[in-house]
Design a binder for this molecule. Sequence first.
Ligand SMILES: Cc1cc2nc3c(=O)[nH]c(=O)nc-3n(C[C@H](O)[C@H](O)[C@H](O)COP(=O)(O)OP(=O)(O)OC[C@H]3O[C@@H](n4cnc5c(N)ncnc54)[C@H](O)[C@@H]3O)c2cc1C
Length: 465
Amino acid sequence: MKKCDVVIIGAGPAGIFTALEMIKNDSKKKVILVEQGKSMEKRRCPKEKTNKCLYCKPYCDITTGFSGAGAFSDGKLSLSYEVGGELPNLVGANKVQSLIEYTDQIYLDFGADTKIEGIGQDDKVKDIRKKAIKAGLKLVDCPIRHLGTEKAQEIYGEIQAYLIKNGVEILFGYTCLDADIRDGKCYGVEIEDIKTHETLTIEAANTVVATGRKGADWLEKLCTRSGVDHVPGTVDVGVRVEVRNEIMEVVNNVLYESKLIGYPAPFKNKVRTFCQNPGGFVSQENYDNDLAIVNGHSYKEKKSNNTNLAILCSHNFRVPFDQPIEYAKRIGELTNMLANGQILVQRFGDILEGKRTWQEELERSNVRPTLPDAVAGDITSALSYRTMMNIINFIKAVDEVVPGFAAQETLLYAPEIKFYSNRVKMDEDLNTNIENFYCLGDSSGWTRGLMMASVMGVIVGRRLV
Ligand SMILES: Cc1cc2nc3c(=O)[nH]c(=O)nc-3n(C[C@H](O)[C@H](O)[C@H](O)COP(=O)(O)OP(=O)(O)OC[C@H]3O[C@@H](n4cnc5c(N)ncnc54)[C@H](O)[C@@H]3O)c2cc1C
């Protein structure tokens, strides 16, 4: 048995910044950080060498380990409160914006690039916005600090060393099984060594759960079992789109990331672009239940000929079905099944013509897939009619802003799913209905990005000093 003042589950940005902010405020409290993955320097994706996913067990290094899903990501810090989640609805837009500026400075102090993308060039932004308005889309302004995949790993490596130097005990290779919640109060957690399966109890005055998208399902079950108030949120299902850099040149140069939102007919659901990677690479991330999900990232130096971005459709469920995570998982499983357990890819033109894509057809295009082991096929056999129509009509609207976006050869990869749907109820000070129990970051349902998750950590770090 171990004892501490604060136990944090999950060493993603939300968990890390909780501990970091406590140190910055001269806290003398004993903090234990529990992470099921590896330390920063041990995280490796073998695909860099093998060119194909080896389905690493017990966990995928892309989503698991110090810095969470962030380290192997593109590392784009969104510097506007309008991007990255619904935290502003909880604590207020002004507070979030000033905390973004504060947190951004910490990233700079640890070595982030001083350049900010997406500012200046006002006339060009105006022109893009005019086209977006004509196409029925909203363009969200968002300055971006791009860490880049390789630099993000360095920065988080520095942060890991800083936490350890300042007395934070980090337990790598341990999975949290449960939180000890009795009579409306949390007393700590039970964790398990993933190699020996030995369990360990940690008694803690405060427990912080920050388990990210991969821990969202686990947290939802914990909430249901232990009476933590939560509501089903939204689930985002969609595709990752890949085109040649030439097509996206203007928006890449002017905005780096074009955040477009639309409500296309006939369903008028919210559809948006997310995580744009100029010169980037489409990637695969694996969840513990063997679900293969598509994502994308880009390096600071190494560039491809393509730009990729996600198109996501929000889905809500209430009565009689209220389990969005389950829904999205089934969609993911079905898509994986059609691709022999891998990621499926199809050309946009083939979708419009009602035919599947064949491998040899991919090889004839200008755009060559940067995810070489994606399997050519038919994503329309897996995604629902509603999702497909949302995506097709949204792509046609984006084509008015970015001519060529709806080309025959544009690649659509699936499944692209964001698992942050369980939303834990909390007040503006981030108190849940359970005393001494906090839920942060993507698994709480309130964030969906590196910066917003980090900011949520800062808020709770200050509370726990
Ligand atoms: C490929 C990729 C690219 C991305 N690119 C960007 C980007 O450019 N910009 C951006 O803003 N966002 C990006 N994101 C999203 C971003 O990484 C997340 O929004 C952010 O990391 C969320 O932070 P978090 O702390 O809430 O959770 P995470 O970063 O997911 O961290 C959660 C941690 O908890 C651990 N964990 C889970 N369950 C348990 C358990 N039971 N016991 C112990 N440990 C557990 C996990 O191993 C993980 O390390 C990207 C994500 C991916 C996967």
